[in-house]
Design a protein around this ligand. Structure first.
Ligand SMILES: Cc1cc2nc3c(=O)[nH]c(=O)nc-3n(C[C@H](O)[C@H](O)[C@H](O)COP(=O)(O)OP(=O)(O)OC[C@H]3O[C@@H](n4cnc5c(N)ncnc54)[C@H](O)[C@@H]3O)c2cc1C
Length: 380
């Protein structure tokens, strides 16, 4: 392959859920797509794997019947309406949702979308993108190979090379390196704890703990936007020892977008989606939905408009709706984390007892983060 100039319609950098879905949808539209990921799939991705109702809905919009297929293949291995909210003193509230939370095994979930992308006709290369030439629409790989395309899509996660390139060359406004959280997770096979998702507030500055079902038992995790890795580790060990009576032997760590979203997720023929655009909600860090949603609306913009100017405008309009949601979610985060600092679990308990349906519907995508307004069919 090396030596000759290879040209594609679209190069997708990164083949996580966002990159694989945009690759899949554009290849279905007849574009000549090249997907590049430096990891060989199936690959491990640190994640809680929880998918809310809005994510379940968009999965079937992307590929009708996919949700059922994921369930029948046990890639979605858990489904339940039960959830719990905890405080330092223990679990303060448990309830049933109207629609279930589901949990996916991320390794096989990502491999499913990666396979869809390949089967739809996209070409795939395993290599690392080390340089992006935005003006000439070219990417250079660690191996030295160079590929050209009419359009480059950065779906390369939280430390996106594409985003960094756009920012470095001043094409991206509002870029900020802060706005990331550090997360830690450990996996345990047995735990004397109910087998449905729980979130614990108030134990930690600007963050929370979670205990989710995992394919081989439980996933216990924590994130914080304020603490260093070492500090976070200390909090995590304390939580595990005091609340669960365990001491983790293997810890996994990763960064996630937690407020570094950008409205300028495109320049000329270059676009950013998913974590690369900072599209994870800044309250809970939910990101799978936004990776799918940004891929879906970008693919829709490609199918409706003939030129990049119009594709970018359309994409910008729709992404700005999500960014407005994130700005409101930021306020919710301030309220939650300020209240949790008061250490008044009765207030939290009262809030959930009185308004649980309200918070549940926001998280499930039925209500907006903006004043909790009910979403219309179109705005979902
Ligand atoms: C601990 C933790 C728990 C989480 N829990 C949840 C949860 O329960 N529910 C939820 O909805 N979200 C959760 N998230 C967020 C979610 O994992 C991400 O938002 C989601 O994976 C974003 O998808 P993506 O396709 O944008 O990026 P990614 O999934 O990160 O995929 C990016 C891909 O790009 C590749 N790549 C990166 N750089 C390059 C390069 N230079 N060249 C080539 N390839 C490259 C990577 O190998 C990777 O495969 C969690 C995140 C963390 C860290």
């Amino acid at each position: 392959m090396s030596g000759k100039k290879e040209k594609f319609d679209v190069i997708v950098v990164g083949l996580g859920p966002g990159g694989s879905v945009i690759g899949y949808l554009l290849a279905l539209q007849g574009f000549k797509v090249l997907g590049i990921d430096y990891k060989q799939f199936p690959r491990f991705k640190l994640c809680g794997g929880l998918i809310t109702l809005k994510t379940q809905k968009i999965i079937n919009q992307i590929k009708p019947g996919a949700l059922e297929e994921l369930e029948s293949k046990k890639i979605i291995f858990f489904s339940s309406p039960r959830y719990g909210i905890g405080f330092p003193d223990g679990v303060i509230y448990r309830n049933n949702l109207q629609a279930c939370f589901k949990i996916v095994d991320r390794t096989s979930f990502d491999f499913y979308w990666y396979s869809c992308c390949k089967q739809s006709g996209a070409e795939v290369v395993v290599d690392k993108v080390v340089n992006v030439d935005v003006e000439n629409n070219a990417v250079r790989l660690a191996s030295g190979r160079k590929f050209f395309a009419s359009c480059i899509i950065g779906a390369d996660g939280v430390f996106s090379v594409v985003r960094k390139t756009l920012a470095r060359q001043q094409f991206l406004k509002n870029y900020s390196e802060p706005g990331l959280a550090i997360a830690l997770e450990t996996f345990v096979s047995r735990l004397d704890f109910p087998y449905f998702p729980h979130i614990f507030f108030a134990n930690i500055p600007e963050g929370y703990f979670w205990i989710f079902p995992h394919k081989q038992g439980y996933c216990v995790g924590v994130l914080s936007a304020k603490l260093t890795g070492q500090e976070l580790k200390k909090y995590f060990f304390d939580f595990c020892r005091k609340k669960l009576n365990i001491s983790p032997t293997r810890l996994f760590g990763a960064y996630l977008p937690y407020g570094n979203f950008t409205l300028n997720s495109g320049y000329k023929q270059c676009f950013l989606i998913g974590d690369a655009a900072g599209l994870a909600d800044p309250l809970l860090g939910e990101g799978i939905f936004y990776a799918f949603k940004s891929a879906f609306i970008l693919a829709k913009s490609f199918s409706c408009f003939p030129d990049f100017e119009q594709i970018r405008k359309r994409f910008y309009i729709e992404i700005s709706q999500e960014v407005r949601e994130f700005k409101a979610a930021f306020w919710w985060r301030k309220i939650f984390f300020t209240l949790s600092k008061l250490d008044n679990f009765k207030l939290f308990q009262w809030m959930f007892e009185k308004k649980s349906y309200f918070f549940e519907q926001i998280i499930q995508g039925e209500r907006s983060f903006i004043w909790g307004k009910i979403k219309t069919r179109k705005s979902k």
